[in-house]
Design a protein around this ligand. Structure first.
Ligand code: CUO
Length: 674
């Protein structure tokens, strides 16, 4: 058996064939058969011939996918891993590289290759939480665990358990801290890391509708954040659009980088974004003015209806296309930006990525203090910082500016003749239309990523959760034959921050997708029941090695393949917003569309336990032909909106749509969840 050299970053990669504590990656390599090979010396000459720039990212420092030189390093390392032949070869090459390259970069590249190589389909992806507990759990908590380990009998096999939550990173003196439980949730941060892993930029990966999904997935995260804010009585998030004004809210992560013990950079309240003048990233200096120029060029394109490609030719932006990319897709690639996919990356720049970078270095833009990057620079930590949502609200607003340039939908775009929703709602535990949220906890094994003198250390994290429920729909089909339909379900708060009912346009981008599924309606009346656990946005809860052990499943067995996990997907425990102790009114919006028009004909692809609506399908096209966010992505038909104040209820006058009020009650107690 081989042991990976433990270089600099101290990632604990125990590749010995010890099934009682299966290693993060190796267990299922080669079908669980112990990999026989000679130990690899920790020497330069053991490295594969050409690592390219992979070693240019310093060990122990943060790795940022938003930084071009880091993306290049990732590409170079992925190329080395992709050239391997089979699991054993990968394992050997990985073992040689490990300790020679940045820790997060190593895990990134390994995960990237495991996701993309067909012969590695049965290999378990490393869980970002267990590999880097320091990206999630404050240093203080991990120190406590270490002290406890030092204090107690070294032969004791009982794990040391440390608690984390509920106050998270700050006190409630600042209103923004009241949402820390949401921003610092392990599941949403893991989702975000995985999303960017499956939709990477500049990696030569051109997945179907990638630019559009960048828009949609992030728009939905902001909508969900706003729902949570309204639940807590806070106003909707304000976009960060004046990049010369101080950023009101600071952020102090209290975390460590790559298990190296180094601290992430932190940002004081009222820090101003500054020109990026660091030379330790092989990046060109980027000024705030550059961001402003890129923004104004993008806005020109949006308002003129076309972009200019590198040859000076017009590329029309429109969502009404019969072939080729939708405008939103083209705009997404140019704004995110992917320099290979952008129609003109020198001209439209790298706005979204460099925004992350300038914010992530606003505390030390010229390296005067030799401080590390802040959490905004890493996809597995960025969502912890309140400024993330302000930045992405700006990004989304830019996309919305484009969407509102499109012609409004017509009733014809929305109608589905012969099908009517008679009634629809939710049922939880035999009670109709009242849903419950509360707290729950989950155990993670911190000692898988960090070495506590060989002792098992668990972290018990507190997180929001809800009691599962079912959607019920009563649908009549007046046709003669069976009709296949797509059911689209959205949720939004009924009232705005002032307690008033919202107009259609005020509520439009608050609608959060809850589910999307296909049903066959027989002629006559149909009763459709769907479990909240089957949501198209959520993944099956990420199973840790500990979960497999508890369920008595050998992680090396074929049985465990059923639990294979592609990582991406909104966490099921965060499906519902918190609501309020006294109950808070929300609206559910249901719409049926014609599956014959929605469906994408393609060969069956590899299934993952992941949220298709946010993550697509591995190696396949996005399985819904409609624009993402349909029907709320555009203005509504003027013919439907004939009231003085138009609301979503007017929209639901269509027979194939339905709106229904429910209440979400926050129980502020531990839930019993089956
Ligand atoms: Cu996911 Cu800005 O794209 O964080």
């Amino acid at each position: 058996p081989i042991s990976l050299p433990r270089g600099g970053g101290k990632i604990h990669f125990d590749l010995e064939n010890d099934l009682s504590r299966p290693p993060v990656v190796a267990t299922r390599l080669g079908g669980g058969v112990p990999v026989e090979t000679t130990p690899v010396p920790d020497r330069e000459d053991a490295l594969p011939q050409n690592l390219g720039t992979a070693a240019s990212v310093p060990i122990g420092s943060p790795f940022s996918f938003f930084i071009k030189s880091h993306r290049q390093a990732a590409k170079d390392l992925c190329d080395v891993f992709m050239r391997t032949k089979g699991a054993e070869d990968l394992l050997q090459v990985a073992a040689r590289v490990h300790g020679q390259v940045n820790e997060t970069l190593f895990i990134y590249a390994l995960s990237f290759v495991i996701l993309r190589k067909k012969e590695l389909r049965n290999v378990r992806l490393p869980s970002i939480i267990e590999v880097f507990p320091g990206k999630l759990i404050p240093q203080e908590q991990l120190m406590k665990a270490q002290l406890e380990v030092n204090r107690t009998d070294p032969n004791q096999s009982e794990p040391v358990v440390v608690e984390h939550g509920l106050e998270f990173s700050g006190t409630h003196l600042k209103p923004e801290h009241r949402l820390a439980y949401w921003r610092e949730d392990y599941g949403i941060n893991a989702h975000h890391w995985h999303w960017h892993l499956v939709y990477p930029i500049d990696m030569g990966v051109n997945r179907d509708r990638k630019g559009e999904l960048f828009f949609y997935m992030h728009q939905q995260m902001v909508a969900r954040y706003d729902m949570e804010r309204l639940s807590l009585g806070l106003p909707r998030v304000q976009k960060l659009e004046n990049w010369r004004a101080p950023i009101e809210d600071g952020y102090f992560p209290k975390l460590t980088v790559n298990n190296s013990g180094r601290a992430w950079g932190s940002r004081q309240d009222d820090t101003v974004m500054q020109d990026f003048l660091r030379n330790d990233f092989g990046l060109d200096f980027t000024d705030v003015t550059d961001l402003e120029i890129w923004r104004s060029r993008l806005f020109d394109a949006i308002h003129q209806g076309f972009m200019i490609d590198r040859a000076g030719k017009r590329v029309v932006l429109s969502d009404d296309v019969t072939s080729g990319k939708r405008g939103i897709d083209i705009l997404g690639d140019a704004l995110e930006a992917d320099s290979n996919l952008s129609v003109n990356s020198p001209y439209y720049g790298d706005l979204h990525n460099m925004g992350h970078v300038l914010i992530a270095f606003s505390h030390d833009p010229d390296f005067a203090h030799k401080e590390e990057m802040a959490v905004m620079g890493d996809t597995s930590t960025a969502m912890r910082d309140p400024v993330f949502y302000r930045w992405h609200k700006f990004v989304d607003d830019t996309f919305q500016e484009y969407k509102l340039m499109q012609r409004p939908y017509t009733e014809q775009d929305l109608n589905l003749a012969g099908v009517k929703i008679e009634r629809a709602g939710v049922v939880r535990n035999n009670e109709a239309d009242v849903l419950h949220t509360g707290w729950n906890t989950r155990l993670f094994e911190a000692s898988r990523g960090l070495d506590f003198n060989g002792r098992p250390v668990m972290v018990r994290l507190t997180h929001l959760d809800h009691e599962p429920f079912n959607y019920h729909l009563q649908v009549s089909n007046s046709g003669r034959g069976v009709k296949e339909v797509t059911v689209r379900v959205f949720l939004a708060p009924k009232l705005n921050a002032r307690g008033q009912e919202m107009s259609f346009m005020e509520q439009r981008i608050l609608w959060a997708e809850m589910d999307k599924f296909t049903v066959s309606l027989k002629p006559g009346s149909n009763h459709v029941v769907r479990s909240s656990k089957d949501s198209s946005i959520t993944n099956a809860e990420e199973l840790t090695f500990r979960d497999l052990e508890n369920a008595n499943i050998d992680p090396a067995s074929p049985e465990a393949t059923g639990f294979n996990f592609c990582g991406c997907g909104w966490p099921q425990h965060m499906l519902l917003p918190r609501g309020r102790p006294e109950g808070m009114p929300f609206q559910l919006f249901f719409m049926l569309t014609d599956y014959a028009q929605d469906k994408v004909t393609q060969p069956a692809a590899r299934g993952c336990a992941n949220g298709v609506s946010f993550c697509g399908i591995q190696d396949a096209k996005y399985p819904d032909t409609r624009p993402m966010g349909f029907p709320f992505d555009r203005r509504p038909p003027p013919t439907l909106l004939d009231q003085p104040v138009n609301t979503a209820a007017d929209y639901a006058r269509l027979e194939n749509a339905f709106i229904h009020e429910i209440s979400i009650k926050f129980l502020a107690e531990r839930l019993n969840r089956d």
